[in-house]
Design a protein around this ligand. Structure first.
Ligand code: NAD
Length: 422
């Protein structure tokens, strides 16, 4: 495409390249490709809240709505020191395809707050989240953009967003669902916190079924032991797998007999990371991806599997538990090596699927049981995995290409059916 250049910056570059390759495969014309590529809205806001110590801070925040052909934009709030509007744009694009693929009536969106939550007290974090909500209020709502947790944010932050909006309106409830991933007592849904990580394991179970494998006794390595990776590790061990190596921002560890995951997660809750955990041995972080295993779950940051380390990966299956963990160059290497990749837009779509259940529950003032939520999540992950797998077999293309083709085709269909009036 002449006017739609691949942008060379991490997550956005990956998202951009995935879309342009898909558009070429589907033979979409240039204007439609540009419409699918560029976000409908990219907002940068500066907030200057006064923290507990009486000092004012200066923080950049972003809201990007990529596409709303299928419904209001949906996507989490990333709170990290170095997050950029380009990262948020790439992530919002991924959300468009994820929502379309998993079959929920949402478009793609994402937001970012450029500061490090680990350096904030609980009170200061709440002040910043409320300031972001007040400043971004006109961009947030059930018909526009509905935030959720992402890296650096959690259910309590979502509770503060809900409170901030109902407080500003002077009413005790919000009219519809303004934010998902809230605490259950504030209208959140049971099982949302675990949904993304559990969804990863449901997708892996479906992959093993198709490939005639069992999870019993398979060796797994997990990068990132936060909300997604921690739950995925805990759930896969329940299926009989052995987690033999882990890595997070503080270090990497291995134990070929299997790491005691519940014990490790308790350790992380107290110490903030895997470093120093006595039940496994430390290893250099750069050796993590080449550790011998059957399954690799990258569930940390983007652009972790690169052209430099993809050749050394021993896993036969990679379940992408993070957004855009694989660069386009690395993806080509993995395809050449016949490594089976469950792509992010499928593998971690369980979170947004359960967010959708929360949205419908709140809109209808209903309550779902954990059993109901988990059954619907398990069924949806298996059905969508099978749809993507069958398409990839039929077309003889990798899973990522199949997932993108299905998702982009759905958005294109919605755009066409809505029509092209000004
Ligand atoms: P989190 O903040 O709970 O945990 C992140 C983990 O990754 C931590 O263990 C951290 O130490 C580790 N980490 C961060 N940078 C790293 C690096 N460079 N190298 C090694 N480890 C690193 O975050 P989360 O909510 O678990 O999100 C993880 C990924 O999943 C992100 O890509 C996020 O966008 C994606 N995701 C999350 C959800 C959700 O519901 N939480 C939903 C969809 C996608």
């Amino acid at each position: 495409m002449k006017n739609t250049k691949v942008i060379k910056t991490g997550i956005l570059q990956t998202a951009s390249s995935n879309l342009l390759e898909t558009a070429a495969r589907l033979k979409l014309d240039e204007t439609l490709t540009r419409k699918l590529h560029d976000p409908i809205e990219r907002i940068e806001m500066t907030i200057n809240p006064v923290l507990e110590n009486g000092k004012m801070v200066h923080i950049k925040t972003f809201i990007v709505r990529h596409n709303d052909a299928l419904g209001p934009s949906k996507g989490g709030i990333r709170m990290t020191e170095n997050v950029t509007i380009d990262d948020i744009t790439g992530l919002s694009m991924e959300m468009t395809w994820k929502c379309a693929l998993i079959g929920v009536p949402f478009g793609g969106g994402k937001s970012g707050i450029a500061c490090d939550p680990a350096k904030l007290s609980a009170v200061d974090k709440e002040i910043i989240i409320r300031s972001f909500t007040r400043n971004g209020r006109r961009h947030i709502g059930p018909e526009v953009y509905i935030p959720a947790p992402d890296m650096g944010t959690n259910q309590f932050d979502m509770g503060h967003i809900r409170d901030c909006i109902s407080y500003s309106e002077g009413i005790s409830i919000t009219k519809g669902c303004y934010v998902t991933g809230k605490p259950v007592i504030l209208g959140g849904i049971v099982g949302r916190t675990e949904a993304t990580g559990k969804g990863v394991v449901f997708a892996l179970k479906a992959a093993c079924e198709k490939r005639g494998m069992s999870l019993q006794g398979v060796k797994v390595i997990v990068q990132g032991l936060g909300n997604v990776g921690g739950i995925a590790a805990r759930e896969i061990v329940k299926e009989g797998a052995i987690v033999v190596a882990v890595e997070d921002i503080t270090g990497a560890l291995y134990n070929n007999d299997g790491i005691n995951i519940p014990e490790l997660l308790d350790f992380i809750a107290q110490k903030g990371g895997v470093k120093g955990y006595p039940g496994a041995k430390p290893m250099p972080r750069e050796k993590f991806f080449s550790y011998a295993c059957d399954i690799l779950i990258p569930a940390a940051a983007g652009s972790q599997i690169t052209a430099e380390n993809a050749g050394g990966i021993k896993a036969k299956i990679i379940a992408e538990g993070a957004n855009a963990p694989t660069t386009p160059e690395a993806d080509k290497i993995l395809n050449r090596r016949n490594i089976f990749v469950i792509p992010d837009i499928l593998c971690i779509a369980g979170g947004v699927f359960v967010s959708y259940l929360e949205y419908t529950q709140e809109t209808q003032r209903e309550q779902m049981t954990l059993e109901e939520v988990e059954k619907r999540l398990a069924d949806r992950m298996r059905d969508k995995f099978n749809e993507v797998y069958d398409y990839s077999m039929k077309k003889k293309i990798p899973m990522r290409h199949a997932a993108m083709d299905i998702a982009v085709n759905k958005v294109v269909e919605a755009i066409r059916i809505r029509g092209f009036l000004p």
